[in-house]
Design a protein around this ligand. Structure first.
Ligand code: NOJ
Length: 566
């Protein structure tokens, strides 16, 4: 198997930090780099290997740092370049790797390049961005994620032209078709690699190539623009070029954020022979509970476990021979994993959180754990629009207001769907604001830090969600079979139990996960064995019955090593 070529980024566990919400050290209510440095021993104690830090560059924060004003300096609210160097040093000395966030589909409109570009049609930076001269009439329709009117073209009076912005009006899209732009981005990468950074997560990377004739949007993409955006004509040429010009010259990892990329396109990105990216995040799971193409609206009927399993089994199969996958259940753009895929009620909170951790850490593909999921943080579920900070929620609210859509439904939807659900501050202890800040937090802290969902309490309790997470990370890392082993789905039709084996040379594992709130009895007929050793359970485990029958408590997770596979 080709993908058995061992590398650190396949074997490592990634911990994603949203720095704004991690740890404030200067009392301004916003997390900062010194805060991350302060918590490095904690991060190390988790057993993770790699930290992915969401954008920390200078930014006016229209989209919390995903609108970069200067790729080579640090956001004032987060600290200074010295703070960054100290953080990097602190990580290296603990054997942790640092992955940064590259946001290069667009910049901030306050970036020097755009400031110049908009000055005149003759400006040397004009061709850094996508412009449409207004004398040609209105440009063909393009959708925007965060625009108040949903329009991705913004008219700019100064030069009587429209510029393209797939995200907010303050996030103009860079024109990668211009080779100078590509070289600029390559230089940015080199700048950070030369400092010692170990890789990049690449924001909406499949969107970078555009047809610069800007044809009419083909009908099938009307309201469903993402696959169109992710299929630009020169995408793979740009990725290959970036790999050969920069990535391939360093021992670094690359993981693309890949909305719109379908399973049959997967290997075009990560087949090693193509020299493009190492991994990417697909969106098939993230759209499972959404209303068709309406990515920000929850679907009316609940998602089914068979669908959940199918997504993972299909994607695992793609990378069985080539490439490598990435596993995630949550991040800063989606609700909390436990509230979404588990059950965050008091009765099931512990088992749900740990069952999902077990899943994430027993699948093939590099696991990405979002900060706070290790202690079972839950959705914020804000009740009023005033509590929201995210431009996505705030601007969609404005748009719906104009269209006269019932705002009550919108707020109900956002309780389950909003990105801010996962952006509330890290819950460190029981002191005010969960120990996140001495000041007023930029976004409300979830009250449940007072009732057990905090690091300090969980560190003291050997049976806590946090303690289980550490054990599960340790188990993955000490068993190569859980990393590289072949995955086989069992009980494919069950809507309650997700069961699978992982097999690698002589090592055989059986993973049983109860995704339901009821007690379930299962019989594993597909694999024949009589002896299995329980490696880990998140609840008191009934020992295995000799006839391969198991009883799983609500949201129970069991990891066995099979000792006598026939
Ligand atoms: C994806 C990022 O993860 C998200 O937070 C951001 O808003 C958009 N890309 C635009 O950069």
């Amino acid at each position: 198997m080709k993908n058995l070529k061992r590398t650190w980024w396949k074997e490592g566990v990634v911990y994603q930090i949203y720095p704004r919400s991690f740890q404030d050290t200067n009392g301004n209510g916003i997390g900062d780099l010194k805060g991350v440095t302060k918590r490095l021993d904690y991060i190390k104690s988790l057993g993770v290997d790699i930290v992915w830090l969401c954008p920390v560059y200078d930014s006016p924060n229209d989209d919390n740092g995903y609108d970069i004003r200067d790729y080579r300096s640090i956001m004032g609210e987060f600290g200074t370049m010295d703070d960054f160097d100290e953080l990097l040093h602190g990580m290296k000395s603990r054997g942790l790797k640092l992955v940064m966030d590259l946001v290069a589909n667009h910049t901030s409109d306050e970036h020097f390049w755009f400031q110049e570009s908009r000055k005149s049609r003759e400006n040397p930076y004009r061709d850094y961005y996508h412009w449409w001269p207004a004398e040609k009439g209105k440009p063909p329709k393009r959708w925007s994620y965060f625009d108040e009117a949903g329009d991705a073209w913004k008219y700019d009076e100064q030069t009587n032209a429209y510029y393209l912005h797939y995200f907010s009006v303050k996030q103009p899209d860079l024109k990668w078709e211009n080779p100078i732009v590509r070289k600029e981005i390559h230089d940015v990468l080199r700048f950070w690699f030369d400092k010692g950074v170990d890789g990049f997560r690449m924001d909406v990377i499949p969107f970078i190539s555009k047809d610069t004739d800007y044809p009419e949007l083909p009908e099938q993409y009307e309201g469903n623009f993402v696959p169109f955006y992710s299929n630009g004509p020169r995408l793979h040429e740009f990725l290959h070029e970036m790999n050969t010009a920069v990535l391939g010259n360093y021992d670094v990892m690359s993981v693309g954020e890949a909305p719109g990329v379908t399973i049959d396109q997967a290997l075009n990105f990560v087949d090693e022979d193509r020299e493009e990216l190492n991994m990417f995040f697909h969106f098939d799971l993230m759209s499972l509970d959404r209303d068709g193409d309406e990515v920000f609206w929850m679907r009316k009927d609940p998602w089914k476990l068979t669908e959940f399993k199918k997504v993972h089994s299909d994607w695992d199969a793609v990378f069985a021979q080539k490439g490598w996958g990435s596993m995630y259940l949550s991040n800063h753009d989606f609700p909390r994993a436990i509230s979404r895929w588990g059950n965050d009620s008091e009765a099931h909170w512990h088992n749900s959180a740990t069952m999902l951790q077990t899943f994430l850490l027993t699948m093939r593909g590099t696991p990405y754990i979002y900060f706070g999921d290790e202690i079972g943080m839950t959705n914020a579920g804000f009740n009023t629009i005033e509590d929201y900070r995210d431009i996505n929620t705030v601007n969609r609210f404005k748009l719906l207001q104009q269209e006269g859509i019932a705002l009550k439904d919108f707020i109900e939807n956002e309780k389950d769907a909003a990105r801010d659900n996962a952006r509330t501050p890290m819950q460190w202890d029981q002191t005010p604001n969960a120990g996140f800040t001495q000041g007023a937090p930029w976004i409300k802290v979830n009250d449940n830090y007072q009732s057990g969902v905090n690091v300090a309490e969980q560190e003291r309790n050997p049976d806590s969600v946090l303690s289980y997470f550490k054990k599960m990370v340790g188990l993955r890392k000490s068993n190569l079979g859980l990393i590289y082993g072949k995955y086989e789905l069992l009980l494919a039709d069950s809507e309650e139990i997700y069961a699978y084996t992982r097999t690698y040379d002589e090592e055989n594992y059986l993973v049983l996960l109860n995704f339901s709130a009821t007690l379930v009895n299962v019989k594993i007929n597909e694999v024949r064995f009589t002896k299995a050793k329980l490696l880990l359970s998140n609840d008191i485990a009934d020992t295995m019955k000799t006839d391969d029958a198991f009883t799983l408590k609500p949201y129970q997770a069991l990891v066995y090593e099979i000792l006598d596979l026939e």
